[in-house]
Design a protein around this ligand. Structure first.
Ligand code: NAD
Ligand code: UGA
Length: 473
């Protein structure tokens, strides 16, 4: 346990910073936690009843601690100056310009955070990399912090986050592991111990893994690459299933029973999305290339290529099924978020599928229980990689696309539609009244299930033409 009162400050009140710090505050009542951000709108939302992100269980945790030992503020410098431990959980987007464009991580926000910490610090601090960063970032951060350091001691730790959206609170309460990397010096080991003591409030110590800095940084990229690779593997299999009459759900079930393979992350889909998988793999690819390892780079690049292919294949299937044109046809899009139980749309496969259909002149009627019209219009108008910046720095939403309408339930979306695409596995889509939907659609009525959640036999019996990923046609 900690001997003296510890103050924590976290830079970046996003999907990671917000929930992670709220859970630390809940589990460590004697620690004061301040979450700060340059985005005024985000901080205001964290201090209101409508939190800026939707995450099951988050509201309760925040309500229990906010104003007691959990604070959200835009007074970045004050809280950093007072803190013993500074977590940095800012955006680390893919670079869009210059060296490494389209692959390398853009560390602009990270670097400006580090410079600010160096400027305002008056006492020793542990600086924790919470953002996902390229391996060796700690070395660069150390240089920035210690240059001009006025004799202040900074210890850098890498403590990557493994939570998944939609289950963030559960994942934080009961993590498979917590990873802490630090310098192998006595000071580095002491810093590791301070952070380990924070997590030890609720995480069994045998689940807290301590390594050197580079192992911790690389393990994060490796974990995401392995997870995404499983999805691309099963998605590649899904096309072979369609060609041969095998059923991908049955294949996944059968191979997942092998304890060496395991059952998780074997759901075939329209493709993986989310803010991190693609970004982190591209980042890994870039690091391999920079280290002169083209074969390793190409191996991982293939995971992203298969994912892009899966999305394109889905769009092509829709268009070819509907007599090779969707021009002027109404297509209902059920689900826009990148997975269920989140309102997050970053890199959602829905963006690529919708853009593909719009490219073929379809008119889209979109419904997602957690995503509003403004967000959808913004996503469909934005350029690749432009989303991952603090809200205030994102490009303004251009005029809205008129072939896109956003409606407030699945029945409105599907009324008079020629086809229905299910792009997010929201539970409510499993229990829709498909007979009612069928009765109100144009015929032949198509369902393209990008998440394998509908009962294919039942829908076919109603009269739908059904395409499900990796299932016999
Ligand atoms: P986010 O965009 O939700 O949050 C980042 C926040 O940082 C924004 O609110 C932004 O305004 C703020 N910010 C940027 N520069 C700042 C500065 N200099 N000072 C203070 N605040 C600043 O992003 P996120 O999803 O929370 O991801 C953050 C990092 O965590 C990324 O590196 C990501 O790869 C990693 N990560 C994300 C997840 C996830 O599920 N989203 C999981 C694990 C790791
Ligand atoms: C993922 C990892 O699971 C986290 O461990 C990690 O911390 C996080 O990335 C990160 O670094 O940001 P997340 O992206 O929130 O978490 O959600 P996942 O559950 O991993 O889903 C990612 C995408 O893969 C979603 O689009 C999901 O629908 C898709 N997916 C997932 C499949 O298509 N099939 C599956 O079997 C599993």
């Amino acid at each position: 346990r900690i001997s003296k009162m510890v103050k924590i400050c976290c830079l970046g009140a996003g999907y990671v910073g917000g929930p992670t710090m709220a859970v630390i505050a809940l589990k460590c009542p004697e620690i004061e936690v301040a979450v700060v951000d340059i985005s005024v709108a985000r901080i205001n939302a964290w201090n209101s009843d409508a939190l800026p992100i939707y995450e099951p269980g988050l509201d309760e945790v925040v309500k229990q601690c906010r104003g007691k030992n959990l604070f959200f503020s835009t007074d970045v410098e004050k809280h950093v100056a007072e803190a013993d431990i500074v977590f940095v959980s800012v955006n680390t987007p893919t670079k869009t310009q210059g060296l490494g464009a389209g692959k390398a991580a853009d560390l602009t926000y990270w670097e400006s955070a580090a410079r600010m910490i160096a400027d305002v610090a008056k006492s020793s601090k542990i600086v924790v990399e919470k953002s996902t960063v390229p391996v060796k970032t700690a070395e660069a951060i150390e240089k920035i912090l210690t240059h001009n350091s006025k004799g202040i001691d900074f210890q850098i730790l890498s403590n990557p986050e493994f939570l998944a959206e939609g289950t963030a609170i559960q994942d934080l309460f009961n993590p498979d592991r917590v990873l802490i990397g630090g310098r192998e010096t006595p000071e580095g080991q002491k810093a590791i111990k301070v952070l380990r003591d924070v997590y030890a409030h609720w995480v069994p110590v045998d689940r807290i893994i301590c390594t050197n800095l580079w192992s911790a940084e690389l393990s994060k990229l490796a974990a995401n690459a392995f997870l995404a690779q499983r999805i691309s593997s099963v998605n590649a299999m899904s096309e072979l299933c369609e060609a041969t009459g095998a059923d991908v759900s049955q294949v996944s079930h059968a191979i997942g029973k092998d304890t060496r393979i395991g059952p998780k992350f074997l759901n075939a889909s329209v493709g993986f999305g989310g803010s991190c998988f693609q970004k982190d793999i591209l980042n890994l690819v870039y690091i391999c290339e920079c280290n002169g390892l083209p074969e390793v780079a190409n191996y991982w690049k293939q995971v992203v290529k298969v994912n892009d292919y899966q999305k394109t294949r889905f769009v092509n299937r829709i268009v070819s099924s509907m007599f090779n044109t969707v021009s002027g046809k109404k297509i209902a899009i059920l689900g826009f978020a990148f997975k269920k139980d989140t309102g997050d749309t970053r890199e959602t496969p829905a963006i690529d599928v919708c853009k593909g259909l719009l490219g073929d002149k379809a008119s889209l009627s979109i419904y997602d229980p957690q995503v509003n019209e403004e967000q959808i219009q913004r996503d469909l108008s934005m350029k690749k990689f432009d989303w991952d910046h603090p809200v205030e720095l994102q490009p303004m939403s251009p005029i809205s696309i008129k072939q896109v309408s956003v409606v407030c339930d699945a029945y409105a979306a599907t009324k008079d539609a020629h086809g229905v695409c299910i792009l997010t596995e929201w539970d409510e889509f499993k229990t829709l009244d498909y007979q009612r939907i069928y009765d109100n659609m144009q015929k032949p009525a198509y369902v393209f299930d990008g998440r394998n959640i509908v009962d294919v036999a039942k829908l076919r019996k109603i009269g739908f033409v059904v395409y499900s990923i990796g299932k016999p046609l």
